[in-house]
Write a protein that binds this ligand. Structure first.
Ligand code: 5GP
Length: 127
């Protein structure tokens, strides 16, 4: 079987992004926004798995980290910097936080729009 490539996965423009996060970006469903800039938005997870559980997404759609191309490097760097700003705003930058992305259904990804989970608070399970 040939190796799976993810670089051909569709990238939807904002107007037709069919995912739940596309609907949030278009304001069609509400979200509790923590921070937003021109490239990214962070909002509280609807079903938090930790005391602090925030979703960070790029506004530009790609399915998941496996779809990253060289041209996305600046955006990825921006998302990491943005995550640090989110942590600062949430007051967990100094105490510590965890940043996770599920890349593909086999890793537990349920929403096919790249996102990072920012988790913080007591009793995070050891990895
Ligand atoms: P995944 O399982 O794809 O890594 O993470 C998707 C996350 O999105 C889950 O933690 C889930 O609770 C969250 N989520 C799903 N639907 C919504 C929604 O409508 N609003 C918000 N704020 N989070 C959502």
């Amino acid at each position: 079987m040939p190796a799976t490539t993810h670089t051909t996965a569709p990238r939807y423009p904002l107007a037709t992004n069919p995912t739940i996060f596309g609907k949030i970006l278009r304001g069609e469903i509400p979200a509790k926004v923590v921070l937003e800039d021109d490239k990214a938005i962070a909002f509280h997870d609807i079903a938090p798995k930790a005391k602090v559980h925030v979703i960070i997404i790029p506004k530009q759609h790609m399915q998941c980290l496996r779809c990253m191309e060289a041209a996305d490097a600046d955006l990825m760097a921006h998302l990491l910097q943005f995550a640090n700003q989110v942590a600062d705003k949430l007051g967990v930058k100094h105490s510590g936080y965890r940043l996770i992305t599920n890349a593909g259904e086999g890793a537990g990804q349920t929403v096919p729009h790249l996102h990072f989970h920012l988790l913080a608070g007591p009793n995070l399970p050891a990895l």
